[in-house]
Design a protein around this ligand. Structure first.
Ligand SMILES: C[S@@+](CC[C@H](N)C(=O)[O-])C[C@H]1O[C@@H](n2cnc3c(N)ncnc32)[C@H](O)[C@@H]1O
Length: 290
């Protein structure tokens, strides 16, 4: 038998949310989740709860937020429930195929934009390696029409989502399926390589939050403890042959691996700059060809 869905005002729904989720989250967090569901999933105005607390939710909305509460209690990420994430000026679709883009990665894009974003004097061929949702590639293509952006990932379903995001944001990216660890077959050269590759060591797993560990794709997160720089090494080898003169590489990195990365990069011919993220951790590297 199907339960009858009760009518509920916005205020009643919010209060019920607080009651249901309070065992796990603070009121501040719960209110944020509630507001996000209202705005992202139902396209309601963010101020509606304050201005029209007695306005009624549709039965399907009530059902949706009830299911969302169950998922939130099981640590399912809010962004996968709403299916959206905001990344710089972009609105992107996300689902469990892809990592939820992080603010640190916005900062990596900011760095490239600072270096090139406003320059329209010459074109730049860019390759985003491990594109996931397409956040880096799309943000760069959106920023400067002189950027010709390509992006790779290992599986077609991931690229399909990235392509959908590119179309929704009105940019053209050349997405292609390619294993980052088999780059020999790739013949094209680029002016800028950018990558936020998998970089979390398995031994870090114990400190990770269940919303990440239990729900985000492990292939996007983890590298083997015995070779955590495997992706950086592959990209640097590729760059030796396929990065144009005066080319630049931008990496997002695991701050725990900075010493090992410095040693690895010293084997190649680059000037390294390091940047901290908003949390004060060395999170980004820029490598300029000497
Ligand atoms: C840390 S996520 C970054 C995703 C996105 N660029 C971002 O910043 O949110 C790493 C990405 O690398 C991809 N990846 C992992 N192993 C790969 C491989 N062997 N070849 C190509 N891509 C790979 C994953 O599918 C994932 O999308």
């Amino acid at each position: 038998m199907v339960n009858k869905i009760p009518y509920m005002t916005l205020l009643e729904a919010r209060d019920l949310y607080r009651e249901t989720l309070q065992t796990k989250f603070s009121n501040g967090e719960i209110d944020f989740y509630f507001k996000s569901l209202m705005t992202e999933s139902f396209q309601r105005e963010p101020t509606q709860l304050a201005l029209e607390p007695e306005s009624e939710l549709e039965p399907l909305e009530v059902l949706f937020i009830q299911e969302a509460a169950t998922k939130l209690l099981k640590d399912y990420p809010l962004q996968y429930i709403t299916g959206t994430v905001h990344f710089r000026t972009l609105k992107l679709k996300v689902d469990p195929r892809v990592l939820i883009p992080r603010p640190e990665t916005e900062e990596l894009v900011d760095w490239i934009v600072e270096d090139f974003g406003k320059r329209t004097d010459d074109t730049k061929d860019i390759l985003d390696m491990g594109t996931g949702s397409g956040c880096i590639a799309i943000a760069l293509a959106k920023e400067n029409t002189q950027f010709t952006v390509s992006a790779l990932d290992q599986e077609q379903p991931i690229l399909d989502l990235a392509q959908e995001n590119a179309l929704n944001n009105g940019v053209q990216i050349h997405f292609f399926q390619q294993d980052l660890l088999q780059l020999d077959s790739l013949k094209q050269s680029f002016d800028i390589l950018v990558s936020n590759p998998p970089y979390v060591m398995r031994k870090e797993q114990e400190q990770m939050q269940p919303n990440v560990l239990d729900h985000e794709p492990h292939q996007a997160l983890f590298v083997p403890d015995e070779d955590p720089l495997v992706f950086y090494r592959a990209i640097l080898k590729f760059a030796s042959l396929h990065l144009n003169s005066e080319g630049i590489i931008y990496f997002e990195i695991n701050p725990l691996l900075i010493d090992e990365l410095r040693s690895l990069i010293q084997q190649f011919d680059y000037t390294i700059s390091e940047r901290m993220d908003i949390f004060g951790k060395v999170r980004m590297l820029r490598l300029k060809k000497k």
